[in-house]
Design a protein around this ligand. Sequence first.
Ligand SMILES: CC(C)(COP(=O)(O)OP(=O)(O)OC[C@H]1O[C@@H](n2cnc3c(N)ncnc32)[C@H](O)[C@@H]1OP(=O)(O)O)[C@@H](O)C(=O)NCCC(=O)NCCS
Length: 264
Amino acid sequence: MSDLESRDLLETGGTCGGSSPSLRRPLCIIRSDTKKKRKRRSGQQRRHKAALHEGNMTKQVSGSPFLKPFFLKTPVRVVTPRQQRRHTLPASEFRNLTPQDAISVFEIEREAFVSVSGECPLTLNEVLNFLGQCPELSLGWFEEGQLVAFIIGSGWHKERLSQEAMTQHVPDTPTVHIHVLSVHRHCRQQGKGSILLWRYLQYLRCMPGLRRALLICEDFLVPFYLKAGFKEKGPSEISVSNMQFQEMEYMLNGQVYARRNSGC
Ligand SMILES: CC(C)(COP(=O)(O)OP(=O)(O)OC[C@H]1O[C@@H](n2cnc3c(N)ncnc32)[C@H](O)[C@@H]1OP(=O)(O)O)[C@@H](O)C(=O)NCCC(=O)NCCS
């Protein structure tokens, strides 16, 4: 066999019936190897296609371009959004409070105020009343279903807050009286009070007919509310158990104050 003939045979795969017996075996090996490879390759391709055909029921895994892809045996279920079920509570949620939240509200309030001053801004009955009459003027921050901070407000109709504002809701007025802002003791000094207040004020801005928010606070909290964009209106006529308060005002059509860089 000439060089040309043998190259031709090698390139075409050759036949087992070649004239030289010494060439027959290697040629057959070459051919049978190629056959095996082709068979193996077509088998792999069939499996690959079948896997794809299963509608992505299996997941192709290949970390490197030099590794052949392989398939996880465990099928990956394709779940449509309609089939998805929520098994966990949302990590963080802001919503209006309802009378059903009154107990959680009061627990936070009691811990925050009774232990400090012996007085709560709102009794449990007052919380229930306000959440029944004007839930849209409240905002709660829930983490995994647990109340961590809240604000309760009601409507007010006079320029300054007076004693009866503590228990009264006057509907359809341009002024919101913020009765209480409180953060669960485990969550204080983390920016939550400032963030909730900021969200609440943004929320009030979007409510038609509202013009301003008023509140009273003790002297030590004046800087906190000034930083939130409130202005001092001077000493309040309201007193509770000989405690004196400053009255603060926030104009809802004024400048939005910059939110703290809280990482939330
Ligand atoms: C007051 C309160 C709402 C603040 O919420 P918070 O999440 O702890 O506060 P933030 O982390 O958002 O902001 C803290 C800022 O307010 C100041 N602050 C918070 N509580 C304060 C307090 N008791 N005395 C003085 N300053 C206080 C901090 O010094 C801080 O200022 P900084 O940013 O310059 O450090 C919260 O501490 C609380 O619920 N306290 C008990 C109830 C209460 O007093 N409510 C207010 C009257 S209605």
